[in-house]
Design a protein around this ligand. Structure first.
Ligand SMILES: [Zn+2]
Length: 469
């Protein structure tokens, strides 16, 4: 008779989320995310997956980010036939994310095969999974709305609470009972969001838990206040439009793009920005936006007040245009006059954003607006660091556009915000907090912060280590 926890990803790092709750030998997997980072090393880690997928009892998915859902198709391909529990919005968004990954992997395989052929080398790399595996995994979802307790097998029950991170994101509150009748309540925060984010609700409180598995991405950092995102956005647009320039915004297709659309809609409604065309130029962002539109059950009260009450669509207004075809995208390059262009990917490493940069980055009238994290060694980081010239598609471009940064958009709670959530709970029953989803500094920062706040037992989870509950 035993109840145990261990992690096979996002332990001591921020990607590859996979946490396993084992009750009398039956395993429940919380998230099945892909590792991201240096290609060869992560490929190997992703292929290792988890042992005996066919004997896993159940899977819970907290939200649709790739580092949480990205390996579900591989799990399915390796023999998992059970249910995948998630909110309806997470199921829909995860479908887009997983399908996008299958398409990217297929293109990578083609490209690498050609390269190898040119060099006369043997080529053996295969995608982790293909579109059929994505379809199979999508067919295994069982959707559970927020606050609807759901039995998920012998002695286990899950209830999903809003995590306030991205559309559909959930804290998984799992109730487990072993054969001896011992009961344990354990909450997995997934990625914990922040108060006051547009569109979605704030992180929800949860019932008393014995254990909380807490993410620690920003365990050693505090964010800028999100209050002035709107005015900074308006300033950047007004300044650029007065110069007759374009505002180019690299943004990931899910959440950040919809937040920007939402903010631009608010600014346009209030007359705080001039009427200029706003283009969303990313097929995946367009798909994701249509999913946002059909999940009003995830919106916060402000979104209802501002739009739904007035029978308005928060993600559609006169100046907003979507371009899905390559021809549309190219036409944008020839467009003269002020405009806003939102395109992916968020770190400028691939995708249509690179074409927009080629056409705008060397003119001082234009603005490159950075609204997300730019990892080291990416084109986005070089631009953020205001390097004088950058290489795109093999050519060198002088950087003369204004580079402006708004840091208020983060989707992860910092340590103070995590504490604001945690300290609002009934902690009487709490025995231990397990820390995951952080780099060494974040984990150590969160651990010492929580101890200072009076939580004695704070365990940094080590990859593969088993913890008895
Ligand atoms: Zn996330």
């Amino acid at each position: 008779m035993s109840i145990r926890l261990h992690s096979e990803g996002a332990a001591g790092e921020v990607t590859g989320s996979k946490h396993v709750l084992t009750v009398d030998g039956a395993r429940c997997l919380v998230d099945c995310g892909a590792f991201q980072g240096k290609r060869e090393a992560t490929d190997k880690k992703n292929r290792a997956l988890v042992s005996d997928p066919e004997s896993i009892a159940s899977v819970i998915l907290t939200h649709a980010h790739y580092d949480h859902c990205g390996l579900l198709p591989l799990l399915s391909k390796r023999g998992y036939r059970g249910n995948i529990y998630a909110t309806p919005a997470t199921r829909d968004l995860a479908g887009v994310v997983m399908m996008d990954s299958a398409a990217i992997q297929a293109r990578d395989a083609e490209y690498l095969a050609k390269q190898a052929a040119r060099k006369g080398e043997a080529f053996t790399w295969k995608p982790l999974y293909d579109e059929d595996d994505v379809i199979a995994a999508t067919g295994q979802f069982v959707t559970v709305s927020y606050n609807r307790p759901m039995p998920i097998g012998d002695g286990m029950k899950v209830e999903l609470f809003d995590a306030g991170h991205i559309l559909g994101s959930a804290i998984a509150y799992v109730h487990a009972r072993d054969r001896s009748g011992r009961e344990v309540a354990i909450a997995f925060t997934g990625d914990l969001g922040r108060k006051g984010k547009p569109i979605i609700r704030d992180p929800s409180p949860i019932p008393p838990a014995d254990y909380i598995v807490l993410e620690s991405t920003y365990g050693d950092r505090l964010h800028e206040s999100s209050d002035d995102a709107l005015s900074k956005l308006a300033d950047a647009v007004n300044r650029t439009v007065s110069r007759g320039g374009k505002i180019v915004i690299p943004a990931f297709a899910i959440e950040r793009t919809q937040e920007l659309i939402f903010y631009f809609h608010v600014l346009a409604d209030k007359g705080l920005i001039p009427e200029v065309p706003i283009w969303v130029d990313s097929p995946m962002a367009i798909n994701a936006t249509s999913i946002f539109q059909v999940h009003p059950e995830c919106y916060d009260r402000e979104t209802h007040e501002a739009f739904i009450k007035h029978h308005e669509n928060p993600f559609g207004f006169n100046s907003l245009h979507f371009s899905s075809s390559v021809e549309d995208s190219k036409r944008l390059n020839d467009y003269r006059g002020p405009a806003v262009i939102i395109s992916a990917d968020g770190m400028c490493e691939a995708g249509r954003i690179q074409h927009h940069l080629i056409h705008t980055i060397s003119e001082s009238a234009n603005t490159l607006l950075i609204v997300g994290y730019m990892a080291a060694n990416t084109l986005g980081r070089r631009l953020r660091d205001r390097e004088g010239e950058v290489r795109i598609h093999g050519d060198i471009y002088k950087v003369r556009a204004e580079i402006e940064e708004i840091n208020a958009f983060s989707a992860h709670a910092d340590y103070q915000e995590a504490w604001d959530w945690l300290s609002g709970l009934d902690l009487e029953r709490l025995k231990k907090v397990f820390l995951v989803h952080g780099e060494a500094a974040g984990l150590a920062g969160m651990q010492s912060f929580l101890r200072k706040k009076g939580i004695k037992e704070v365990q940094i989870v080590a990859q593969g280590e088993r913890y008895d509950l």
